[in-house]
Design a protein around this ligand. Structure first.
Ligand code: NDP
Length: 364
């Protein structure tokens, strides 16, 4: 059944991608919001990197026992890791409520009537409800002015019961996305996209208040899978502001030697072949072949790519950037798509919201 779509890993054209409409679907929302299975998860902590919660007890549970095929890579089960993280968050929220009577609050601003955006917002609300985070929502019409959106953000910035603010992307084209995102108070920027947060992430000796959820989820998966990062060669494929670039910064902070591969990199396979750890965030189905992988490497596949699948009721299915069938024969561990990084993203959003509430109320 993986048939025509998946088995095309080795061809240079990779899988048959869905037509533009589907790509638009992906690009139309922040990657954070695309995946339908992105419904839960995240974590936090307050070691030297407040954004990396390293729980030694969990390390053995992360790489799921299930093997993709005999003699192949272990599957890093993001779904179960995310579930575990959500449970930890729920415990922490209950503890905080009991101790100081504070419940974390997450506000989401949705503009327009895109069905996919509405679904993501609904999923976030459900995830919040499940762990005990209060959710607040403002839904503005497509025809709203930029000022109306900015006013909503200002209200949430000033509301002490709100600890995190998230603007659902994409915004209507008449709005200045950068201006709107920059108006979210840095101390409530749970998406971690504010330039100040990214700047601090990049600087030695500085700590960001929040780390973008998807890269944070990638590192959390590595930690909880017991993968050593320090001293390893890591390659990040993709350099977007929301995934590739912060993922590379995080790996560097973890003392990996990091190389970034992007669309202008010559012979990317030669660079990737050197890596002990690969994080791929490109958005091209099955681009990374088994022959590009160093034996024993660990692969975190962030890509979510719709490809035609006549056997699926939806007419398409989701695959990663990495040709899973090939790499499982070479790598030591790999995240599946779906069920790898996707479930971690919302978990990290919940985690950032909890961290924010703790920080604001000086609760540890
Ligand atoms: P962007 O389109 O913003 O960035 C893609 C990056 O990939 C760019 O840096 C681009 O390089 C690089 N790239 C493109 N083609 C190639 C190539 N042939 N070889 C090497 N590099 C290439 O995407 P995002 O970072 O937003 O998302 C990437 C993928 O991750 C998507 O599939 C998205 O759906 C998914 N995603 C999944 C999430 C999850 O929760 N699981 C969350 C976020 C994203 P250049 O800079 O040179 O253009």
């Amino acid at each position: 059944m993986a048939s025509m779509i998946f088995c095309d890993c080795s061809s240079s054209t990779t899988a048959r991608l869905l037509p533009l409409s589907c790509h638009k679907l992906r690009h139309s929302c922040t990657p954070l919001h695309f995946s339908p299975y992105l419904t839960f998860s995240i974590s936090s902590s307050k070691t030297s990197f407040p954004f990396l919660s390293i729980k030694s007890h969990a390390s053995s549970t992360l790489i799921s026992a299930k093997m993709a095929t005999e003699n192949t890579a272990k599957v890093i089960d993001g779904k179960s890791v995310a579930k575990q993280i959500r449970e930890e968050i729920a415990v922490e929220i209950a503890r905080m409520k009991e101790a100081i009577g504070v419940v974390p609050g997450l506000a989401v601003i949705l503009v327009g009537d895109r069905k996919d955006s509405a679904t993501y917002v609904r999923n976030k609300k459900k995830a919040c409800d499940a762990v005990g985070i209060n959710s607040f929502e403002v839904h503005l019409p497509e025809t709203s002015t930029e000022l109306e959106v900015l006013n909503s953000i200002t209200k949430f910035n000033e509301d002490a019961s709100v600890h995190g603010i998230l603007v659902q992307l994409p915004l209507p084209s008449h709005m200045d996305e950068e201006k709107i995102l920059n108006s979210v108070g840095i101390e409530k920027d749970v998406d971690g996209f504010h330039p100040l947060n990214i700047g601090r992430l990049a600087m030695r000796g500085r700590e960001p208040l929040f780390v973008p959820c998807t890269p944070k989820g990638c590192i959390e998966l590595l930690h909880r899978s017991g993968v050593q990062i320090k001293g390893k060669k890591a390659v990040v494929i993709g350099r977007s502001n929301i995934v590739g670039m912060p993922a590379a910064l995080l790996l560097q902070r973890e003392d990996a030697t990091v190389t970034i591969v992007h669309s202008r990199t010559n012979n990317p396979e030669n660079v990737i072949k050197e890596a002990d750890i690969i994080i791929s965030a490109v958005g091209q189905a099955n681009m990374v072949k088994g022959s590009w992988i160093k034996p024993g490497a660990v692969i975190i596949d962030v890509g979510i790519n719709p490809v035609e699948d006549p056997e699926s009721p939806r007419g398409y299915r989701l695959v990663g950037d990495v040709c899973y069938e090939e790499v499982v024969k070479v790598a030591s561990a790999v995240t599946p798509v779906p069920g790898g990084v996707g479930p971690m993203t919302i978990a990290m959003l919940l985690s950032n919201t909890l961290s924010s509430a703790k920080r604001m109320h000086n609760f540890s």
